[in-house]
Design a protein around this ligand. Structure first.
Ligand code: ADP
Ligand code: ZN
Length: 215
């Protein structure tokens, strides 16, 4: 099974991806998480990516494609995977298409999570992420607060606000999304695997996706 999740920052791609991973036993491939890990580990990719990420800009396409190509060749991807936060530009979508053709793979679902801009803005500023790189659980101070303020329910680590979740970086991320990533909707909407879900509730969204995938 191969799934592509599209949507603005804050649309809920990470949350939905994790739910689908559990349901279908596939792997989540989040380029954002992979890049943050590379930054934490201080790898050459991390060093290259840091500046782009902290200012809310996109990391260059060639860096992303090298990461993806290496990742999907790993054995745990054999059962399938779900892309969360990739592709993010038309050139990435083209490169993905050639990569999949080369590997003889087809996409089962291209899902667009449609969430209004004001909702996305509020979600991003109220988001808190677990500081433990192995956990990275996501909370929301209004709608999904942890049991104990500032502490991860799952692992007990402290919760932080990401550097790219300051008001200024968020503005740039949204502008980048509308300019570079939104055009992907036009690119994919004619694909037979494409569909959009516009619920603001994660469980409702998840159920709609599962129903559609099992059709
Ligand atoms: P978001 O919440 O904006 O979806 P992500 O965690 O997916 O955040 O990504 C964080 C940052 O990592 C992005 O702002 C961007 O700088 C970089 N990034 C992640 N995925 C990609 C990609 N496919 N192409 C280019 N840059 C990416
Ligand atoms: Zn945690």
């Amino acid at each position: 099974m191969l799934i592509i999740l599209l949507g603005a920052p804050g649309a809920g791609k990470g949350t939905i991806a994790r739910m689908l991973v559990e349901k279908f036993g596939i792997v989540q491939i989040s380029t954002g998480d992979m890049l943050r890990q590379a930054v934490n580990e201080g790898t050459p990719v991390g060093k290259k990516a840091l500046e782009f990420m902290n200012s809310g800009k996109l990391v260059p396409d060639d860096v992303i494609m090298a990461l993806i190509e290496e990742r999907i060749a790993q054995p745990d991807c054999a059962q399938g995977f779900i892309f969360d936060g990739f592709p993010r530009t038309i050139p990435q979508a083209h490169a993905l298409e050639s990569l999949l053709t080369k590997k003889n793979m087809t996409v089962n679902a291209i899902i667009n999570l449609e969430v209004p801009e004001e909702v996305v803005l509020k979600r991003l500023t109220s988001r808190r992420t677990c500081s433990n790189p192995h956990c990275q659980a996501i909370y929301n101070i209004y709608t999904m607060p942890p049991k104990k303020e500032g502490i991860c329910d799952k692992c007990g680590s402290s919760l932080i606000q990401r550097d790219d979740e300051t008001e200024e970086a968020i503005k740039v991320r949204l502008e980048t999304y509308y300019e570079k990533t939104q055009p992907l909707i036009d690119y994919y909407c004619k694909h037979k695997a494409y569909f959009a879900v516009s619920s603001l509730d994660a469980h409702e969204t998840f159920n709609a996706i599962v129903k559609r995938l099992q059709k």
